[in-house]
Design a protein around this ligand. Structure first.
Ligand code: H2B
Length: 105
């Protein structure tokens, strides 16, 4: 299998990648990865979302997310590929970094 950021990762490569993203899991009902973030309050959650949004725009790769007050539930998939690609892994790693910057966990 060639490694192209637009192609779905092979399951072994996906499991390998998730070892470096210990807070992310495979979605139950579809080919995607998911993580829940929690922050001190809405301001912190939204500062995280702002950082993520700017990166997503730059990457032209966008999260599915749901925010209530201090919580942000994120699902990442590449719709064009019908599964998880290297772009999702890269965005997940970036989001983990932004969560730390916003005091999240
Ligand atoms: N984001 C995600 N998560 N998956 C996609 O397949 C996708 C995207 N496609 N952002 C992009 C935009 C595509 O629609 C544009 C035209 O490049």
């Amino acid at each position: 299998m060639t490694s192209n950021s637009n192609n779905k990762l092979a399951i072994d490569d996906l499991k390998q990648a998730l070892k470096r993203l210990p807070d992310w899991t495979l979605a139950k009902d579809r080919e995607a990865i998911t993580r829940n973030f929690q922050f001190a309050d809405f301001d912190a959650a939204f500062s995280f979302m702002t950082r993520c949004a700017l990166m997503a725009a730059k990457m032209d790769h966008h999260p599915e997310w749901f925010n209530v007050y201090n919580k942000v539930d994120v699902t990442l998939a590449t719709h064009d590929a019908g599964g998880v690609t290297q772009k999702d892994i890269d965005l997940a790693a970036a989001m983990d970094g932004y969560a730390v910057m916003s005091g999240g966990r």
